[in-house]
Design a protein around this ligand. Structure first.
Ligand SMILES: [Zn+2]
Length: 103
């Protein structure tokens, strides 16, 4: 449903692939996301932080640059740090891990 209080959401990039050996069906994973508004298209654009750091965010409808890449230094190093944090967060919520409520 769309009304004056809602905004369409679309990916600003292709979703990142998930390795089925590391994340089998039914398991969880954590991705840090951001959303950026394109006011020209009345669109909310979602992007993984890893993608945002390296490539910025463009509107998938009009192509307008919404944010520039945000890395000082090597974007691969910054993306690896984000991936490490995502892994720590996943371990925190995955059942059977030391930080889960069931442990
Ligand atoms: Zn747009």
């Amino acid at each position: 449903m769309r009304n004056e209080y809602t905004r369409q959401t679309r990916w600003g990039h292709e979703p990142e692939p998930v390795d089925p050996d590391l994340t089998p069906p039914g398991s969880i994973y954590v991705k840090q996301m951001i959303w950026v508004a394109c006011n020209d298209c009345d669109l909310q654009v979602q992007s993984c932080v890893t993608q945002t750091l390296a490539s910025g965010v463009n509107c998938p409808d009009c192509g307008r640059r919404l944010t520039a890449p945000r890395v000082l230094g090597n974007p691969d190093v910054a993306a690896a740090r984000v991936a490490d944090i995502e892994e720590i967060l996943r371990d925190g919520v995955e059942p059977g891990t030391p930080f889960s409520p069931e442990a």
